[in-house]
Design a protein around this ligand. Sequence first.
Ligand code: AGP
Length: 612
Amino acid sequence: MCGIVGAIADRDVVPVLIEGLKRLEYRGYDSSGIAVLEQGAQPDIRRVRRTGRVSEMASAADAEGFNSVLGIGHTRWATHGGVTEANAHPHISAGVALVHNGIIENHEEQREKLRALGYVFESQTDTEVIAHLMHHHLKGGDSLLSALQRTVKELTGAYALAVMSRAEPDHFVCARMGCPLLVGLGDGENFVASDVSAIISSTRRVIFLEEGDTADVRRDGVQVYDAHDQPIDRGVHLSDVSLASLELGPYRHFMQKEVHEQPRALGDTIEAAIDAGGFPAELFGRNAEAVLSGITGVQILACGTSYYAGMTARYWIESIAGLPCNVEIASEYRYRAAYADPKHLVVTLSQSGETLDTMEALKYAKSLGHLHTLSICNVPESAIPRASELVCYTRAGAEIGVASTKAFTTQLAALFQLTVVLGKLHGRVDATREADYLEQLRFLPGSVQHALNMEPQIAAWAERFARKSSALFLGRGLHYPIALEGALKLKEITYIHAEAYPAGELKHGPLALVDEDMPVVVIAPNDSLLEKVKSNMQEVRARGGELFVFADQDSNFVESEGVHVIRTPRHAGVLSPIVHTIPVQLLAYHTALARGTDVDKPRNLAKSVTVE
Ligand code: AGP
């Protein structure tokens, strides 16, 4: 949550910092700020901070004539301390400025210690203690780098840090533990950023810092140090993130763009299987066949939308691969004495690859004795895949909208491929069924495009939803997780209270909520549970509830009073949950448009949740 950028160059770096923060704004958008080194005989630090969006802070920096060859910047998602200018970063302690992403758990203890040393605190943040600790060590004679290396050893918690000092105007330093940070290498200029999107206009050459690393960033070079302060070579990667994927193009919102990118994203994610003409275990890494053929069950761990992808996969894995599959919310799993079978594969699902709860659940699963781990992730080189034995990268491309869309459907496509691989290795999927599944996968991008074509009808429904204060979503079997996902999307971006239930559960309580003001969205594909779903719909209708039904083209649904039907493409078989995700995404998007909420940056949320 929070984004960091820093730069040192022979040119004015203020535009680099501002552009970087705009690109990182998806990570947090409560407030932002930059600190730069004011040049002259006696260099000093100038800072500008504002609550609200980066553009407001940028205008202030412009009005105040900010211009410098060295600077750091930050966009914030508040954790400790409210959304105020005083709590915004950078924080300064007598000539030292720093920006921080993460949470310092021992900040209270450090605060007491520093108060006793005479430091006065101006903010309610945990970050300010780091600034004063840095200053304390610099005052004791440390260089900027050694002060940082000493400071981080006194911190417990998670951090990505960039620090500059007016006393050392030729460089800045940075550190990483538990939060992402990379160094960008330019020609005669170097950078630091939470992710490559922030600096992509300047360089694609990056060094990913590892846990416990610090780095000294100068105009003409960068030196990385490991957790023992020893120089280390972390290797240089060439990022293949495309600039187009970070820009809106003709779309009004990133969410809209990302919803419409799904046929392409799915096509890219299934490309390797299509090219291979089947489902080789190598889709999940070189050693995957040995690992996957030896497991006897699957434990999926994830949060939010990724958790719903896991719930869908459970239906596939148990029915197609014949293996037991448990799915659990990562933040719950990590704190309970879970049963761990070393022969069960731990699968973590994370779009960002940096969700703290999922990362900690993975570490916990290993500590409980799980031997094999697989990460399905959309961000190369992020923390969770790097901590996993097997990795499958979905190829959704950068997802900027806070509401996850293409990352979810590509996770589902990857999980379906995993299911078939497991089914083959465990003798449940023969060559004929494998060919059949491949054929279904081949049709998937087309079916998703067809579902996208329903947009005008869904937009018309959205006008009515926009006036409601609550909604219910119903689904059964494989489509129950899609109902959950539909309710989450609606909540996240429209602030309409929404809940999802397996349709059969309605009569056990939630039916009490149904009256003529409660819209009930039903995901009703043409599968073996359709007749059951129709009975559940009658229960709603009999209580005056208005039904909004997503049915398949080949099912015999009739519209009637209080029953509105939109037909998505022909039933897509086992892949139907992926196709039925599209209408619920579009419903949330258009309802948000009608309500005028901030679609890409909904209140109180951030894209990557790197705090507990
Ligand atoms: C989805 O729309 C959310 N913003 C959120 O639930 C998200 O899926 C969750 O925080 C997990 O994120 P991850 O996939 O990056 O781990």
